[in-house]
Design a protein around this ligand. Sequence first.
Ligand code: ASP
Ligand code: MG
Length: 415
Amino acid sequence: MALIVQKYGGSSLADSHKIRNVARRIAAAHDRGDRVVAVVSAMGDTTDELIALAKSVTPHPDAREMDTLLSTGELVSCTLVALALRAMCMKAVSLSGAQAGIRTDARHGKAKIASVDPTRVLAELKKGNIVVVAGFQGITGDADVTTLGRGGSDTTAVALAAGVGAARCEIYTDVDGIFTADPRLVPKARRLDELGYEEMLEMASYGAKMQPRSIEMAWTYRMPVLVASSFVEGPGTLIHEGAKMAARSGKRKVGEIRKRVRGIPVDKNVAQITLLGMKDRPGLAASLFEPLAEAGIGVDVIVSPVGVGGTTDFSFTVKRTDLAAALKVVEPAAKKMGCRGVVKADNLAKVSIVGSGLLDEPGYAAKMFRTMADANINIEVITTSDIRITCVVSEAKVREAAQALHDAFELDRHD
Ligand code: ASP
Ligand code: MG
């Protein structure tokens, strides 16, 4: 009898019919002999609707009030799922994030889980209950409700799985698993059977639709995560530590390695900020990036060209959804730094190739850039990690770029 955590996304819970479907799936897992903790997102587009509702009351809603408001979306779905389970004569109880022991820091809107106290969840399981937990939320030391950032229910699920010592975490969604690329952009995209944590972290951070923090957490606790559809039965994608090893030995002949490029994530939530013509001196970067960090704004793809004639520029990307908040911080800082001007661009996107060992082999970068050149797509900025190469391009060209790269690296063929 295994203990498993299942998470259901908002599109799997969009109406009462779908809620009953989710309840049936949870009940089936229970009937197979597993003990189940289910983590749920808000129904359909509830979170977006609540945000719009708050903004119709005031253009700049207070972050603390906002978190309490948004947490109600998940409370609605967890209680409805528990009711549906009870209607099927199953023993079930719903818990808010606070009741489930999810403690966070106090950064409203993007709180981090500080600890999970599994006492209550384990006690309910012991009573024979299926436990349905509201995702995306937690509570601070001062008993204020917080939310974990968009897509945060994934992180709730993995944290709870680690906290209660589950055998695995299953993420059920409206797609069949993790694909080589977003099938809406690249119709030839193919489901991957398995991925390593590091690969999945890069895929998630650079566009695949899972909260990156959930993968970091899974990696830290070596928690196997299965991503699969809540609508159709299928094998899904298993994210686990053994992925690389298995794919490199397993069915393969000695000396044969699997295809290095595993996926082509695309991220359109990108904006670029450029500061022009500052006098070069020590401390310039710190005086810009410290206040951004204090405001909780993540910065990526930082470029600082070699200063000419004693002046220098800075360019970096932020999430497009963070652009207004970032500019609020950057503009006064730029003034202090004696900057000649601040330019923003919000028509950019990132396209990446991801796979273990990419940078060991120089051919991959060259092939990526050649592919972009042949497709006549201009690359604005390039960044790399050990297992990823990212190009910032015009958003209008990103679909074409993803398709060309998918073909060039033959991702439609099995590896
Ligand atoms: N309901 C929240 C959101 O839409 C959290 C989640 O779905 O995971 O971002
Ligand atoms: Mg949602």
